[in-house]
Design a protein around this ligand. Structure first.
Ligand code: PMP
Ligand code: GLU
Length: 401
């Protein structure tokens, strides 16, 4: 039987997550005994802070081991509302907050409750891999606004205005951005908000999961502009800020209609997320920002290191990312060149595979993020590993003729 014929069109048309696939390929090579350096997955290489881990253990001992309310425990939603007030100066009631199994589920919930078949979602490229696939699952249409190094990968108000059609339902972006590390300033967000203001049926899905990994200033949310706040859905989570990727804890803050819809959807799909992770999340938000500051210092010095090392590789061009923990260097000067076996590097996927197999460094091809001229390098790794990896990349690229 044709394997594809037993599956739905929905799943057959979906691409595999490139970030996870590259990480898996790296793991498989490592299992064969090759010393692979993985710069593919976007995951802090720090541990969850001790007081957060203790709260998780205590939650088990205190028998928080049963179904939780679908949108999350009230103490966690109160802690999130308090965080949004204290750190972002944004007012949300706990009823406007829905906790989910990672920001990934939060994003997917929001897309599924907002988008009808055929409706358009504007996505500036490069974008995080799963955005376009989530829109596809909802049978919506992604409308991409291309950007590049010249604009530091940011869109302008004029570009946004031009992309809007009567079918536009939402715009979706991350700042700080995965994969480019770009950060929109308050003024840039305000100019986008002014465009949205004129289109009362458009929603903004604002992915702020890297808010704390910002090297240029304090975080700015597009929800700060009162004229559009009710149409902004903030997506955030604990994975990046508190090194809690495996706990699976994310959330949205939105108007009550959207929050209730996500609650309804989640009630029929996954129910409330892990009770233990939620109690750990309360401790994270109540415990101050010390651990985050430490982690940010580490990322900051690695950013300097990788910037220097990348700038030293002939044929590579890069910006200096203002946030997150990725570089998105331009690599198209290598396209058309051949490796030692005579295979031509035609695109970013060929180059990523070449680097994996020759330099034994896992990175992600730019085409997964909607821009084939680039690759993504995650610098959530030790300085020693980064130095070694960048040296190997430099040597492997020099062999391309
Ligand atoms: N948004 C962006 C931009 C991300 O990089 C990630 C990382 N996987 C997520 C959302 C989802 O994070 P999580 O599901 O781990 O909370
Ligand atoms: N956000 C991370 C990344 O972009 C995690 C992997 C994923 O969930 O796709 O690599």
């Amino acid at each position: 039987m044709n394997e594809k014929s037993i599956l739905s069109n929905r799943i057959n048309s979906l691409s595999e997550s490139a970030t996870l696939k590259m990480t898996q390929l790296g793991r498989e090579l490592a299992e064969k005994g090759v010393e692979v350096i993985s710069l593919s997955v976007g995951e802090p290489d720090y541990h969850t802070p001790d007081h957060v881990k203790e709260a998780g253990k205590k939650a088990i001992d205190e028998n928080f081991t049963q179904y939780s309310p679908v949108p999350g425990y009230m103490d966690l939603r109160l802690a999130i509302a308090e965080k949004l007030k204290n750190e972002n100066n944004l007012e949300y009631s706990p009823q406007q907050i829905v906790v989910s199994t990672g920001a990934k589920q939060s994003l997917s919930n929001v897309i599924l409750v907002l988008i009808n078949p055929g409706e358009e979602v504007i996505i500036p490229t490069p974008y995080w891999v799963s955005y376009s696939e989530m829109v596809l699952l909802a049978e919506g249409k992604s409308v991409f606004i291309p950007t590049g190094l010249d604009s530091d990968f940011k869109i302008t108000a004029a570009q946004l205005e031009e992309a809007i059609t009567p079918k536009t339902k939402a715009i979706m972006f991350s700042s700080p951005c995965n994969p480019t590390g770009s950060v929109y300033s308050k003024e840039e967000l305000e100019s986008l908000a002014k465009v949205i203001e004129k289109h009362p049926n458009i929603f903004i899905i604002s992915d702020e999961i890297y808010e704390h990994i910002n090297f240029v200033g304090s975080h700015e949310s597009i929800a700060q502009f009162p004229s559009i706040k009710d149409r902004v859905v903030i997506v955030n989570g604990f994975s990046k800020a508190y090194a809690m990727t495996g706990w699976r804890l994310g959330y949205i803050a939105a108007n009550s209609t959207i929050a209730q819809a996500c609650n309804k959807l989640q009630g029929q799909t996954t129910s409330g997320t892990c009770s233990i992770a939620q109690k750990a999340g309360v401790a994270a938000y109540k415990g101050g920002l010390e651990a985050i500051e430490e982690m940010k210092k580490g990322f900051s010095s690695r950013r300097e290191l990788v910037y220097q090392l990348l700038s030293d590789i002939p044929g590579i061009q890069t910006n200096k990312p203002e946030g997150a923990f990725y570089f998105f260097p331009q690599v198209n000067s290598f396209f058309g060149k051949k490796d030692a076996q005579g295979n031509t590097i035609n695109n970013s996927s060929d180059l990523a595979l070449y680097l994996l197999n020759t330099a034994h460094v896992a990175v992600v091809a730019g085409d997964a993020f909607g821009n084939d001229d680039y690759i993504r390098i995650s610098y959530a790794a030790s300085e020693e590993q980064l130095k070694k990896a960048l040296k190997r990349i430099k040597d492997a690229l020099a062999e391309l003729k």
